[in-house]
Structure formats: structure tokens, C-alpha cells
Design a binder for this molecule. Structure first.
Ligand code: ADP
Ligand code: ZN
Ligand code: ZN
Length: 735
């Protein structure tokens, strides 16, 4: 054997790489000739792939490959001498690909900035510095004697590297610096050191509940722990975040704060910026690539102290993280619902484990998953039961509208309450989760309806500007004057949308401003801040809006919140329907009465006896045991694990046939079940047919195994290019 070894030269190292492709496997390459030797895992390389050249990431360097040596191709270039991924980032991304059973090559780019994804290098941070070389350090004091300016610079640098900009400002000319560089006495460097991070204002005096939460979060600062901060709306959760972050920064560690997109407003940013004398950066969808590149580098190099970001920021590289916060942890925005499907909340928990730091999940309406984990003692729960400052919690009351005559969806009792509130010069918020004027246009004579040509859905009637819009595929068309089928002119809108309610309310309460708030009116990032500013003087105003109103924003002068139609979600076929309704109603209610005046929330329903409706006047969490036991009986999360294999095809039969074939090839073990193929709730969307298999199992490991078996068959199955399929582990929606 040793003889054998002696004959062959040193075994060539093999680069095991992840390539961006739909295949769930790694690919081996020989090192490129021009860049052998120095490669490290986490570096990007250019490799031949099929007949293309693509960017790949080295996962490991091994001595053996299952591919025969003469068949291995060589990489063509090594892009990074130093790995671009931090070790934990690589571990996190690999875990995510594994857990969500998604190709690693498609997951890895989430850890890179836009320019790095394009194969370019990291963006340099603007702060370049100058430092002494070893030779410069060895120079005797006051040398070089004949060049006092150079000697002065060397003596300045003896205490450590300094920013180039600072040296220039202090009168050291570029010529002086260049002369020292020419003699290899100084060199450029990137400034890794930074000023100490400080908390600027003395924080608010935390109340006892806040203090207890802060103490417990801070106590385990250098170890992994999960904290569920259950605080009613306005109870001062953000203050708990701020004080926990202050502690984290005082240990020179970075804090990552995740927010749903809609909550990452300039106000939130300002609240963090004004508290800390340290760089606070925000990552959101409104940023340009260059800005994102810079933010990325600042996070990776440890220059950014606090990183506020939306869902995908959970993968941002961090030099030295010490705390992760997930605000509004129940929010659907944390679930990525196409392509690589993941839950940013769950990834954040995994990340905290890998980083050995605490993670705080905050919400006034925690998800059943998190609540269950707290009940089991896996998460530490901290409750904030009182509103901080002046606010009191509003009372929730239902109005039974069965059999009542409604005007634009509003009952006489509700209208009376609105009138009283406005006359008392209060602000009122009316909530209706449907945009447009009417759900659909119908022909009174022949029953024609405004169906979308590409979806199993009706097009919504809009009045301002007029048109029929499909809210599912974006298709638009003109409003017909007469029925396309029977030419009748008796076309009527059915189902009330925000535009209709707005029109009605504007007429009825014409002494007061009526403002509509939905994605048709709030079209820029600045719209909501502008509105909030406008409301700041407390003058009476009537607002009507969609669920956009239920999140994050504070409307301190609102004393009455009205929910026009709570029944939509009550009988939703989705397993989260009731949980979401409860969260929505509690959150909408939480917008009211923050300014000292007690608020009221009125909820219209035709099902006043539904258990959920009966619970509305009690604290949110008291409804959870019943919901959890329903889930337990049905074997649904958080009891038991769930996955969905989705298929999308141009031909309906091909999709169903494809899913049947893979389903029939897998035998589910005891405790697991494969259901389907079933058509999705909206079977046709954008002219594609959607169907799915639902996999449920008593344990995660069993689920993973069944899904892996299904994937193996799906990857091997023949299908046309007009069919695509995807995997959704822990789906937010099962339909
Ligand atoms: P949440 O994040 O739970 O909705 P916030 O942190 O935004 O609550 O707090 C709601 C309001 O109460 C804010 O105006 C905040 O400044 C104030 N507040 C929070 N904590 C305190 C405190 N300990 N003392 C006084 N006011 C507080
Ligand atoms: Zn007709
Ligand atoms: Zn459509």
C-alpha cells in the first residue's frame, strides 16, 4: 500500500461544491490550475456546468470522489481567497437546505449581497486606514530624521491604525503617505476597529414586567436561549428590545432585529437610531443594490451595530452577533411562500443556537407554535400584561348582524357608534379586508359573473379608477356596460370592498374627512408615515382600510375600531383560519385607545355563538388551549409535523398524474400519512393548475424521511417542462 502511494504523486484535493441548480446534490471538481492550494471552504469558484460556466461555492475539500478521477472537470477560477461565508452562516444555510429539503445551491446565494451573487467581490467599506508595517514598527523613534512630517506620521501610527480621512484632515498630504508606502514602512488597511458603541439616552424606566423580561434575556447573554415576549399591544415590547440591545452593544456584539416588511418604517429605524450612538442599518425591499452591498459589508465586517431587516435578513453575515429579535413573530410575512420556502422565525431560532446567543420572539398574539413551545418549557415566556405609559386596553364587543339591514356592510348600531365617536371629536378606524368596490360584477338577468380568464376567481370591481382587476394574477379589463352574454344592462356589484364603504361613509359623514387605507392608496414607503403625521393633531377623522391597518402602526387618537366582516376567516378551509382571525381581531383592536382615552372595538358577525367570537372579550392567550387541542385532535402543527408537495402545471391532468405517481411509489410508515393529490383551494391561477400532496407525520424525522422519498421519486420522474413542483416544510398555509 505504501508502495502504491509512493508511485502516485500527492492526491489532488477535490473541491466539493454547491452549484445553483434544482438538483439536491453536490458536485466535485478538481482545483483549477491557476489557483490550486489556497482554497478554503466558503469561497466561491467558477466551474463548468453542462455547457455553461457558473459560480459555485466550495463546501469542503476532500481527497476522494465517487466520480472517477478522469471524469472530474477542473474549476476555472477561484473568486475568493478568504471565504465569503462565515462558518455559522455556512452551517445555517446548510441546515436550512437540509431541513427545508431545498437544493443547497439555491439556498447559498441568500447569504450573499447582490454584487457577490453576480460573482463580484465584496464591496469595500469606505473607511480605509493606514497602519505601520512590521518594518515601520521596528523603526527607532523620530526616524526618518530628515523628514519630520514622515516621522510625525509614523509616531501617530504607533498607537494603531488610523482612518485615511482623519490623517488627511490632520495635514498629512498624500505625498507623505506615499513616500512611506514606497519604503514599505506603512500600508493601507481596512479599519476593523471602531468607536465604542454607546446608548445615547437614558432609557425609559422599565416597569416591573419589562425589567423582569430584560433581566432574563440579558442573564443568558452568551448562551442560546429562546424568549417569548408576550406583550399586549402597546405594552412596551420595543422598549424591552431596546434595553436588551443596549446590553448586547455594551459587550461589543451586534444585534439583528427582524421585522415584518410593513413594520420596518422610517419611524422604527429612527427609534433605534436615536437610542444608540452606534451604526444602525436597515435592510428592506426598497433598497438599491449598491446600498444593500454596503450594508452587507458593514454587517459582515462588524461595523454595523444594529441590523434591522425583513425576512431574508436572517441570513445576513455577522461578525459578532450577540442577540436576535423577531418582532411580531406570528406574522405571515416571515414565511417565504415561493421558491425556497422557509420560516424566518424558525431559521432565526436555529441561527441563535449556532451563534450561542439569545433570541427574543415578540408578539401581542403569539403563534400557536411558539405558545406551545413555551408551555413545554422550551421557550422562556415573559408576559407584559399592561399597556405602558398612558394607554389602556380597549374592550372588544360583537354586534350580531344576522338578519339586519346593512348599508354598505354597516349595521345601524355600528353607524350610531361611529357618529357618536366623531361628534366627540375622536378618530375612528373601520376595518374591511377587501380592496376594490365590489367583489364581483354579476348580471341580474342571466347570472353572468366577472370571472378572470386565467384564474378560478372573480375579478373585483374598482371605481376609482374604474376597471375590473383580478387580485390573484393582476389581469385588468374595462368595466362592461352591458352583460357580455345577454346584453342586459342590469349589472350589479356584489360583496362590499373598501371603495364602496368609503363612498358610503363619505356621504353619510360629510362633515369629517374620510381616508381610505389599502394597497391602492398607500403606494409608497412614505404614505403611511405621512398619514400618521397627518393624524397626529388628533382631529376627528374616519379611516377605512384593509389589514394593512392591523400591523405595527400606532394610531394614538383612535378610540373606536370597527370590524365590518369577521366571518370571512371563521370558516376558512385553511387550518390556521381561526388562529389568524383571532390574531387579526386582537391586532386591529390593539390600534385603538393608546392615548389615555379608553377605546372600544366593535366586531360585526353573523355567528355570535361561535366559540372564538365568545372569547373576544378575554385576553388573547385564553383562547389558545382550545385551539391547541383542536390541532392535537387533527394531528396538525404544533402537534405533529406537516409538509406539502406542490405542483404547478399547464395541463391539469399532467399535474395530478405526476403527484399520483410519486405518491404511489412511497409507502408511508405507521404514524405518517400522504393525502392527495388534491386541487389547491384556487385550482387555477395565472392559467396554471395547482395541485398538491399533503404529508403529515407524528414526528419531524418521520416527516423528513417520507418527504425525502417523495422528492427522490419526483426528481427521477419524467414530466414536461410545463410542470414544476416544490416542497413546503412546515407550510404556513396548507392549501
Ligand atoms: P409595543 O412595542 O409593545 O407595541 P412600545 O414599546 O411601542 O410597545 O410602547 C408603547 C408606548 O409606551 C410607547 O410610546 C413607549 O414610549 C411607551 N413606553 C414603553 N415602555 C415604557 C415605560 N417603561 N415607561 C413609560 N412609557 C413607556
Ligand atoms: Zn346577462
Ligand atoms: Zn386572474
Amino acid at each position: 500500500m505504501s508502495q502504491n502511494k509512493a508511485k502516485t504523486p500527492v492526491e489532488p484535493a477535490i473541491w466539493r461544491c454547491a452549484v445553483s441548480s434544482p438538483l439536491r446534490r453536490t458536485f466535485d471538481y478538481l482545483p483549477s490550475e491557476v489557483c490550486h492550494g489556497a482554497a478554503k471552504p466558503g469561497a466561491r469558484v467558477i466551474v463548468p456546468f453542462g455547457n455553461r460556466s457558473v459560480t459555485a461555492v466550495i463546501l469542503s475539500i476532500t481527497a476522494e470522489s465517487s466520480v472517477e478521477p478522469e471524469k472530474l472537470k477542473a474549476a476555472t477560477a477561484l473568486l475568493d481567497e478568504q471565504p465569503l461565508y462565515t462558518d455559522t452562516q455556512r452551517a445555517l444555510l446548510s441546515w436550512a437546505a437540509d431541513y427545508y429539503q431545498h437544493p443547497l445551491g439555491e439556498v447559498l446565494p441568500l447569504g450573499l449581497s447582490p454584487r457577490e451573487r453576480r460573482g463580484q467581490t465584496e464591496r469595500a467599506l469606505t473607511e480605509t486606514g493606514v497602519r505601520l508595517t512590521a518594518r515601520g514598527q521596528g523603526l527607532p523613534d523620530s526616524a526618518p530624521h530628515r523628514a519630520p512630517k514622515q516621522a510625525a506620521l509614523i509616531s501617530r501610527l504607533r498607537s494603531g491604525p488610523l482612518p485615511l480621512a482623519e490623517l488627511k484632515a490632520d495635514g498629512f498630504s498624500p505625498a507623505v503617505i506615499r513616500a512611506l508606502k514606497d519604503h514599505a514602512l506603512v500600508e493601507d488597511c481596512e479599519l476593523a476597529t471602531k468607536a465604542a458603541w454607546k446608548t445615547r439616552f437614558p432609557p425609559l424606566r422599565a416597569n416591573a414586567e419589562q425589567q423582569s423580561a430584560i433581566d432574563q434575556i440579558v442573564a443568558g447573554a452568551e448562551t442560546f436561549s429562546v424568549h417569548l415576549l408576550y406583550g399586549v399591544t402597546g405594552s412596551g415590547k420595543t422598549e424591552v428590545y431596546l434595553q436588551s440591545v443596549a446590553d448586547c452593544l455594551s459587550r461589543s456584539r451586534q444585534a439583528l432585529v427582524l421585522l415584518p416588511e410593513i413594520a420596518l418604517t422610517p419611524q422604527t429605524l429612527a427609534r433605534f437610531e436615536s437610542r444608540f450612538e452606534a451604526p444602525v442599518i436597515a435592510l428592506h425591499s426598497g433598497m438599491g443594490d449598491a446600498e444593500r452591498d454596503r450594508a452587507w459589508a458593514a454587517a459582515r465586517r462588524g461595523h454595523a451595530a444594529v441590523i434591522l431587516g425583513t425576512r431574508s435578513s436572517v441570513f445576513v453575515p455577522l461578525l459578532n452577533p450577540g442577540l436576535i429579535i423577531v418582532d411580531e413573530e406570528h406574522d405571515a410575512a416571515y414565511a417565504q411562500q415561493d421558491g425556497f420556502r422557509y420560516s424566518a422565525r424558525d431559521v432565526a431560532i436555529k441561527r441563535a443556537q449556532l451563534e450561542h446567543c439569545p433570541v427574543v420572539l415578540g408578539s401581542a398574539t403569539p403563534s400557536l407554535e411558539s405558545w406551545h413551545n413555551a408551555e413545554l418549557g422550551r421557550f422562556q415566556r415573559h408576559s407584559l400584561t399592561q399597556r405602558a405609559g398612558a394607554g389602556t386596553l380597549p374592550a372588544l364587543r360583537q354586534i350580531d348582524i344576522s338578519g339586519l339591514e346593512l348599508s354598505a356592510g354597516l349595521s345601524p348600531e355600528l353607524l350610531n357608534n361611529i357618529e357618536t365617536a366623531l361628534e366627540q371629536r375622536h378618530q375612528v378606524l373601520v376595518f374591511l379586508n377587501r380592496r376594490g368596490f365590489a367583489n364581483a360584477l354579476l348580471c341580474h338577468d342571466c347570472g353572468w359573473s366577472s370571472d378572470c380568464a386565467d384564474c378560478d376567481a372573480r375579478m373585483t370591481l374598482h371605481k376609482t379608477p374604474p376597471g375590473l382587476h383580478c387580485h390573484h394574477c393582476g389581469r385588468r379589463s374595462a368595466v362592461p356596460r352591458q352583460c357580455p352574454r345577454c346584453q342586459s344592462r342590469r349589472l350589479i356589484g356584489t360583496g362590499i370592498g373598501t371603495q364602496q364603504t368609503e363612498t358610503f361613509l363619505a356621504e353619510r359623514f360629510n362633515d369629517f374627512p374620510v381616508i381610505r387605507i389599502d394597497s391602492d392608496t398607500m403606494t409608497s414607503r412614505q404614505s403611511m408615515p405621512d398619514l400618521i403625521e397627518q393624524l397626529g393633531n388628533g382631529d376627528p377623522v374616519l379611516m377605512i382600510g384593509t389589514q394593512m391597518l392591523s400591523k405595527g402602526h400606532h394610531f394614538p387618537h383612535v378610540t373606536l375600531v370597527a370590524v365590518i366582516d369577521a366571518d370571512g376567516l371563521l370558516f376558512s378551509p385553511d387550518f390556521r383560519g381561526e388562529e389568524r382571525l383571532l390574531q387579526l381581531l386582537t391586532q386591529v383592536g390593539g390600534r385603538a385607545g393608546r392615548d389615555g382615552t379608553p377605546g372600544e372595538v366593535l366586531i360585526q358577525t353573523r355567528h355570535p355563538d361561535h366559540p372564538l367570537m365568545k372569547h373576544l372579550d378575554k385576553p388573547y392567550h385564553t383562547a389558545l388551549p382550545a385551539l391547541l387541542s383542536q390541532r392535537s385532535q387533527a394531528g396538525l402543527p404544533p402537534h405533529g409535523a406537516l409538509a406539502v408537495i406542490r405542483c404547478d402545471s399547464q395541463d391539469r391532468q399532467e399535474g395530478l398524474g405526476f403527484l399520483s405517481r410519486i405518491r404511489n411509489g412511497v409507502t408511508a410508515p405507521r404514524g405518517a400519512q400522504i393525502i392527495g393529490p388534491l386541487s389547491a383551494a384556487m385550482a387555477r391561477r395565472k392559467n396554471r393548475y395547482r395541485s398538491q400532496l399533503v404529508v403529515s407525520a407524528a414526528s419531524r424525522s418521520m416527516l423528513a424521511k417520507v418527504v425525502a422519498d417523495l422528492i427522490a421519486l419526483a426528481e427521477a420522474a419524467r414530466h414536461s417542462h410545463r410542470l414544476s413542483w416544490s416542497v413546503d416544510i412546515d407550510p404556513y398555509e396548507s392549501l
